[in-house]
Design a protein around this ligand. Structure first.
Ligand SMILES: [Zn+2]
Length: 236
């Protein structure tokens, strides 16, 4: 680990932490301390410099957003970082003669496409992948938590709402926002417990919260955490 200085073409400088790792590509990360670069053990300084110069637009944008204490918008490009069950995963776009299904390999979400520069397409494909995973993941949790409450598993649909994380209608159907798949598992469990509790109480009365508490004792903490997390979950 070493502190380095990157000098851009316009003379502006960016300091960063360089960490050598057993990997073949250069990875960039913006943390609370600034830019962190993970580089292969055998890389020439001029090669690393060239890569950082090419990525300087992305780096500056992220550093500015961090300085302004904002959540930076996702850029649908190779190397972007995404959240998956609160884990940091990196989007890797590979140019390929045909489109292939996305694959999550360890912490890398791999997309093979003939048009890696088509940001709208990349965006659509990633959202579609999240929705597919969300359906499976939320479905499993819903089955387990419904059994805990002693009710049959309700039908599940995904929502794309901008302001709500979940809902439960009078027909007993549960809708969950696919963006929740970015959240920590316990937050997803809380939202599911909340909606399941509506199968017993179609309101937010004290009786309702007692049902929530029986399923998810730490619900107040989860509700707070979800609120704090919302801007980040809405990036996507
Ligand atoms: Zn509610």
């Amino acid at each position: 680990m070493a502190n380095q200085i990157l000098t851009l073409a316009n003379g502006e400088t960016i300091s960063y932490l360089l960490e050598h790792r057993p990997r073949r590509t250069v990875g960039l990360k913006i943390t609370a301390d600034g830019l962190v670069v993970h580089a292969p053990k055998r890389i020439f300084a001029f090669q690393l410099n060239q890569i950082l110069q090419e990525k300087s637009g992305w780096i500056l944008n992220k550093l500015q957003a961090r300085a302004a204490n904002q959540v930076a918008a996702i850029e649908w490009v190779d190397g972007e970082h995404l959240l998956y069950l609160s884990q940091d995963i990196q989007l890797t776009i590979v140019k390929n003669s045909s489109n292939k299904a996305l694959v999550l390999d360890a912490n890398t979400l791999i997309m093979a496409t003939p048009t890696p520069d088509n940001h709208a397409l990349v965006h659509r494909k990633v959202v579609h992948w999240y929705q597919k995973q969300a359906m499976a993941d939320f479905g499993r949790r819903l089955t387990i938590l419904a059994a805990k409450l002693g009710v049959p598993t309700p039908p599940l649909t995904l929502s794309n709402a901008k302001s709500r994380w979940g809902s439960c209608n009078s027909r007993g159907e549960v809708r969950l926002n696919w963006r929740l798949l970015q959240a920590p598992p316990n937050i997803i469990n809380y939202v599911i417990c909340h909606e399941l509790a509506h199968l017993k109480q179609m309101n937010h009365s004290a009786k309702f919260w007692a049902v929530v508490e029986s399923l998810f004792p730490d619900y107040k903490q989860a509700e707070k955490a979800l609120k704090a997390l919302s801007p980040q979950l809405h990036r996507m």
